[in-house]
Design a protein around this ligand. Structure first.
Ligand code: NAD
Length: 497
């Protein structure tokens, strides 16, 4: 972009915007976001077109993830943000009798949002909306591999508030580093673990808080009692939507042994019906991959697996001459293969049989990642047990990639998939800092715990503690007597008696 700011200028503009709009309430900020939502809905075909051209996803993939996912989040904010951000009364314990407590939510200041290339519109607007509604200004840097130049700015153009508060900067990792050097009040990063680690160490040196939404190696577990058609269709969509370039794509499929071969036959049959074609009119399932380096990683994972004895059950080793990659299904895989161990981020589905619930959980958790997972079974109790046991940030039961479909639920991983949450109350409040307030009366009395300390005061505090905390329950007469005894000291600011 010709007039896109550099790092320093973006932060100067964002800080000025933050100061200029400090006084705005949540409702006014929401009004700006609602105006933008209307623009997104109105111009959705154009947005879909732009994203398709840049990253190559299928038209329906773009519509579902980039548009529905985004407006759903803004709609959720319209309903819930004001309630979540308003000052809240907090109970005050008996030890602080007569006082009141409150919790305020305050913006952080200028939040730096750094995004990857796989959902260039959705990732950008979701984080921007969360930043703005909570009262922050935002500096946003898209990936150099999918900058969608000017697109976010066109959405922001509908509102002066948004134009002042949000500033888009273009560039690669070196620009990312320059932006962190400007001292944002928080870095909200979505991308790979390797970059996340670099960002954390750069930000750590300046004590800048970071939130990391990183990669995954999500397991999908299919028990023998699940009706077959649904997990077959779910596995194909979960693994291949966005050509597998989703952080929460199904990257490991575990199928219980008694139905394994039957399941594989159906999976392969249905995979054969998938339409893979870029620039579709809404009639293709999978588009192209976004970048050559990502396709090469897919090739490396498939070649490594085949060299180590995996079976190619569907598809072929992708060629290096095209970004159109037909889905690959492998079995006979082992835990040491890259395709089972590392994030592939492409249309490859390795499948492994398992004997029982314990083995399914063990295999699922045998990874450094922990983003999401899914479990298909007719046994509800088992589904909940497995859900508890999976070391992940979200689980879909008899569905796939869907815990993130509800904007009221937090999205984010554990282990090497990162920390912090996006969306849901937790995700929203992550863009704020709490301020604890204790309110007392304006009187001439002092506090019993203020000076002067005396032996008598010390004794009374001890008795008060005994009455309150020792024994099975608080002893009210003792609390009253010793509480009142201590209260006497409040009347005598200067006496040591
Ligand atoms: P990446 O880490 O290579 O790049 C992400 C962003 O970081 C880009 O904008 C890049 O320019 C920037 N960057 C690179 N080096 C930097 C540095 N030193 N300092 C600051 N910024 C720097 O990731 P990618 O290839 O764009 O995206 C793919 C990864 O993102 C996958 O691992 C995927 O799982 C993950 N992802 C996670 C989520 C999630 O919500 N958990 C969502 C989407 C993608």
């Amino acid at each position: 972009m010709e007039d896109a700011p550099g790092a320093r200028e973006a932060f100067e503009r964002a800080r000025a915007g933050f100061e200029a709009h400090r006084g705005l309430g949540v409702r006014e900020r929401l009004a700006a976001l609602s105006t933008m939502k209307a623009v997104i809905l109105e111009r959705r075909d154009e947005i879909v077109e732009r994203v398709m051209a840049e990253v190559g996803k299928s038209r329906t993939d773009a519509l579902i993830a980039e548009i529905i996912g985004t407006v759903d989040w803004i709609s959720w904010l319209e309903r819930h943000a004001a309630g979540l951000l308003k000052p809240r009364k907090v109970k005050t314990p008996i030890t602080l009798l007569g006082k009141k407590s409150m919790l305020l939510r305050r913006p952080l200041g200028v939040v730096l949002v750094i995004c990857p290339w796989n959902y260039p519109f959705h990732n950008a607007i979701t984080a921007i909306a969360a930043g703005v509604v909570t009262g922050n200004a935002v500096v946003y840097k898209p990936s150099e591999h999918a900058p969608c130049e000017g697109l976010v700015e066109e959405m922001l153009a509908c509102s002066e508030v948004l134009r002042d508060l949000v500033h888009v900067v273009y560039g690669d990792g070196s620009m990312g580093r320059a932006l962190i050097d400007e001292g944002p009040d928080k870095v909200f990063f979505t991308g790979s673990g390797a970059t996340g680690a670099k960002i954390m160490s750069q930000a750590g040196a300046k004590l800048i808080p970071v939130e990391l939404e990183l990669g995954g190696k999500d397991p999908m577990i299919v028990f023998a009692d699940a009706p077959l058609e649904r997990p077959v269709a779910g596995a194909l969509w979960g693994a291949f939507t966005n050509a597998g370039q989703s952080c929460s794509a199904v990257e490991r499929l575990l199928v219980q042994s008694p139905v394994y071969e039957r399941f594989m036959e159906r999976l392969i049959e249905e995979a054969g019906k998938l339409v893979v074609r870029p620039d579709d009119k809404g009639d293709a399932d999978i588009g192209r991959m976004t970048a050559g380096f990502q396709r090469d990683k897919v090739i490396a994972h498939v070649e490594d697996a085949l060299a180590r004895g995996a079976r190619l059950r569907f598809g072929e080793v992708p060629g290096r001459d095209s970004l159109v990659v037909r889905p690959v299904i492998l079995d006979g895989v082992t835990p040491d293969m890259a395709v089972w161990r590392d994030e592939t981020f492409g249309p490859v589905l390795p499948v492994m049989p398992f004997a029982d619930e314990a083995e399914a959980v063990r295999l699922s958790n045998d990874t450094g990642y922990g983003l999401c997972g899914s479990v298909f079974t007719a046994d509800r109790a088992r589904a909940l047990r497995v859900t508890e046991a999976l070391e992940v940030g979200g689980v879909s039961i008899n569905n796939v990639n869907m815990s993130e479909g509800n904007p009221g639920l937090p999205f984010g991983g554990v282990k090497k998939s990162g920390f912090g949450k996006l969306r849901g109350p937790e995700g929203l409040l992550g863009f704020t800092v709490s301020k604890a307030v204790l309110i007392d009366k304006a009187t001439s009395k002092i506090e019993a715990n203020w000076y002067p300390y005396t032996e008598e005061k010390h004794r009374r505090f001890n008795r008060f503690i005994d009455a309150l905390y020792t024994g099975r329950r608080p002893r009210l007469p003792g609390i009253a007597r010793h509480g009142l005894g201590l209260e006497r000291f409040s009347q005598r600011p200067r006496s040591r008696g």
